[in-house]
Design a protein around this ligand. Structure first.
Ligand SMILES: [Zn+2]
Length: 258
């Protein structure tokens, strides 16, 4: 997970909130106003916003979330290149960091822009175990902070397991709350799901090992150079997949051996 710098709230969302009565913006009286917003089914107020690009308020929101996250999932760092693929199939989910229902729900935040994140589909097709929001559902994260909050700091460390061709996510060893974070990585986000851990390994091989060689032969100078090269990508429109993993791994290596 990397810090997300939010853009100003999308225009269609702001308009929707200004036009819908406040008492209908939460779960009170059983209304799920996020779903109504998504489906544009607000019958009491004629509101079918379409922006200059022809996007509905919800599509505009999704495109903006992806843009500000530089097209990677807020939780696992997989790439999400577009909202829809060429067949019109959705490639992302719109996640409420603070859940709208269940224990510890904060329904009052369901239309709050800083609470909304773009996340991957997390194996929602039934192939492989679910991860990210598809595993999290309405469970709250009480130890891992919202990556869009101003005090968010990366808390994940990565372990390469060459024998299994996987890169596993751990909590940063120096973090005071590492046990809580570790539990949420496993039990809520399921970030060590097999296909995800293998995908991370593939990227690690291509982006790091193909450049630096086997880890026991790395030189401080070469690692520093690759890290600099990676850091320079931070303002790219689209980040490389698992950008946070590679930054974290190289930084951690330099901390130990640099
Ligand atoms: Zn994900």
């Amino acid at each position: 997970m990397i810090r997300i710098h939010k853009l100003p709230e999308s225009v269609g969302l702001r308009r929707y909130k200004s036009e819908i009565p406040l008492n209908k913006q939460s779960y009170e009286d059983g209304n799920d106003c996020f779903i109504r917003y998504r489906k544009c089914q607000e019958n009491e107020i004629e509101l079918c916003y379409v922006n200059a690009e022809g996007d509905s308020a919800f599509d505009e929101l999704r495109k903006q979330l992806l843009k500000e996250q530089q097209y990677v999932c807020a939780y696992c760092g997989s790439k999400i290149p577009f909202v829809f693929n060429e067949n019109g199939k959705e490639q992302m989910k719109t996640e409420h960091f603070e859940p709208k229902k269940g224990d510890n729900a904060k329904p009052e935040l369901q239309l709050t822009y800083s609470n909304l994140l773009a996340v991957c589909k997390g194996n929602d097709n039934g192939k492989g175990e679910k991860h990210c929001d598809t595993a999290k559902l309405d469970k709250p994260l009480l130890h891992i902070k919202n990556p869009a909050s101003s005090d968010f700091r990366p808390v994940f460390a990565y372990q390469v397991v060459s024998k299994e061709k996987k890169v596993l996510v751990r909590a940063t060893s120096t973090h005071a709350d590492k046990e809580g974070i570790k539990k949420e990585i496993q039990a809520i986000l399921n970030l060590n799901e097999d296909s995800l851990a293998s995908k991370r390994y593939t990227y690690f091989k291509i982006e790091v090992e193909n450049v630096l060689g086997e880890e026991n032969k790395w030189s401080v100078k070469n690692v520093e150079n690759l890290l600099k090269e990676y850091q320079a990508k931070q303002n790219m429109e689209k980040l490389p997949a698992f950008y946070g993993m590679i930054l974290s791994y190289l930084n951690e290596w330099l901390r130990k051996f640099g």
